[in-house]
Design a protein around this ligand. Structure first.
Ligand code: FAD
Length: 430
């Protein structure tokens, strides 16, 4: 039996590795159209900032590793151009045809450049692939630009802005929407704006750029969102869901049965709204890939879904998000109330710094719906506690019963999460 995987990064290689672990005799072939496989796209901004010294340090494994250590064949520089499911064949751009018994589609996503012109100008870049980061690094080294505009205040735009600032450029960030990080949260946007001002990085929200090449900056980085790579799959009859990404079951199965999809090309179930969403993240891609790999060899595993947990560093400010903001929760049909607090993230006498915690809960059920945590320290731990509470469908009352750790170098005796929870309780009970 042969498993063919299309896409050789997070989801595709997780699928291949899991399938191999569960079935030592399976023939596994991974097709990747790019030159580089198994790299950390998440690390690309830190290569640009200089925190990661060598770009190759972001490569986790080579095709040779997969061949010799895992008995998985990986072919790079080969593009799948059609799937003929009736014949169980993948057609490559070269004309070659490859037979499969099971297929995992892990084709990822591409930057959405549909709303802005000028993306092909020599000083306009996207930051999506290993090669993109190489091109940007080369431009920085050779052209030595002193100014940059980043279009898009999602997490990639904000991380890129920090990286360019670290290279000494004067940077401004522009976004067509009113808020950052796609969160619909005016208070968070205000905080990010004020923080960026300290680094002389203006944040201009609500500004639509029609032509990136017409901006006065010497370099422009487009981070205007992602679109799932679905064309190959849909041409073969795979259904897309309400989000525009591939529709999958919790076993990562598409409507074609023996064809699975995982990662940035697929949608995921949100555990709070219980609706499919499109939140393309590496953490999700790895988990989906693992589940697709297991099910492709007949082992029933399920992907439980997501709670939209994410974290980003913006000029030293950590921003941890999970679930929904008030505005998003309203759109999802909840009756949300929220409260926020500012508190020290550890004992004041132990270099405690201000952290801000906002919690959102449903008025009727008292279930926690979301959290936004910002600060310089401890953000990852706190957002993960909140994400766990969301995944466990905890009410605020249950959340307040949590036994959270305390020691002066790490946290204050009343963790800021619990302080925010108590504040929210007052609002709920008012
Ligand atoms: P991809 O990584 O996009 O891989 C898909 C692969 O499929 C590509 O290599 C592509 O060339 C190949 N392919 C597509 N079509 C074909 C075809 N027809 N034939 C052959 N090959 C094909 N996520 C986090 O959780 N945390 C972070 O901090 C984070 N930071 C990020 C920072 C940056 C700058 C970027 C770009 C992404 C970041 N992400 C982060 C997101 C994360 O990297 C992605 O969610 C993850 O890489 C998705 O994995 P994937 O395998 O689904 O898709």
């Amino acid at each position: 039996m042969r498993l063919v995987v299309i896409g050789g990064v997070a989801a595709g290689l997780s699928a291949a590795a899991r399938a191999r672990r569960l079935n030592p005799s399976l023939d596994i072939l991974v097709l990747e159209k790019g030159a580089t496989i198994s790299y950390s796209a998440c690390g690309l901004p830190y290569f640009l900032s200089g925190e990661v010294k060598r770009q190759d340090d972001l490569i986790v494994h080579t095709p040779e590793y997969f061949q010799t250590e895992r008995n998985i064949q990986v072919r790079t520089g080969v593009e799948a151009v059609a799937i003929e499911h009736a014949k169980r064949e993948v057609a490559l751009a070269s004309g070659e045809r490859i037979k499969y018994d099971r297929l995992v589609i892990a084709t990822g996503a591409h930057p959405d450049l549909s709303k802005v012109h000028g993306s092909d100008a020599p000083h306009v870049f996207s930051l999506h692939t290993f090669e993109d980061a190489g091109r940007i690094a080369q431009f920085l080294a050779r052209q030595k630009p002193t100014t940059a505009a980043v279009i898009g205040a999602g997490y990639i735009g904000l991380e890129a802005a920090e990286a360019l600032r670290a290279n000494g450029l004067r940077v401004r960030v522009i976004d067509a929407k009113a808020d950052v990080l796609g969160r619909d949260d005016a208070a968070l946007t205000k905080q990010v704006r004020q923080h960026l001002e300290k680094f002389a990085v203006p944040l201009q929200c609500g500004v639509q750029v029609a032509d990136a090449a017409s901006l006065p900056e010497q370099m422009v980085l487009l981070a205007t969102g992602l679109k799932p790579n679905v064309e190959l799959a849909t041409a073969a009859g795979v259904k897309i869901g309400r989000t525009g990404a591939l529709e999958v079951t919790d076993r990562m199965e598409t409507n074609l049965g023996t064809v699975f999809a995982a990662g940035d090309c697929a949608e995921a179930m949100h555990r709070v709204s219980e609706r499919p969403v499109y939140v393309p993240l590496g953490t999700t891609a790895n988990k989906m890939g693992r589940v697709a790999g297991a099910n492709s060899v007949g082992i029933r595993e399920r992907f439980a879904g997501i709670v939209g947990a994410s974290i980003v560093r913006v000029c030293g400010l950590g921003i941890g998000l999970t679930g929904f903001s008030v505005a998003q929760a309203k759109r999802e049909g909840f009756d949300p109330v929220s409260a926020h607090i500012e508190a020290k993230d550890r004992a004041a006498y132990f270099d405690g710094r201000v952290t801000r915690v906002e919690l959102v809960a449903d008025r009727r059920t008292r279930r926690l719906l979301g959290a936004a945590i910002t600060g310089e320290q401890g953000v990852a731990g706190r957002v993960n506690v909140a994400a766990t509470a969301l995944a466990a469908a905890m009410t605020l009352d249950q959340f307040l019963d949590l036994d959270l750790a305390y020691a002066p170098p790490y946290a204050p005796v009343w963790d800021p999460l619990l302080v925010a929870g108590q504040q929210l309780m007052r609002v709920l009970d008012a």
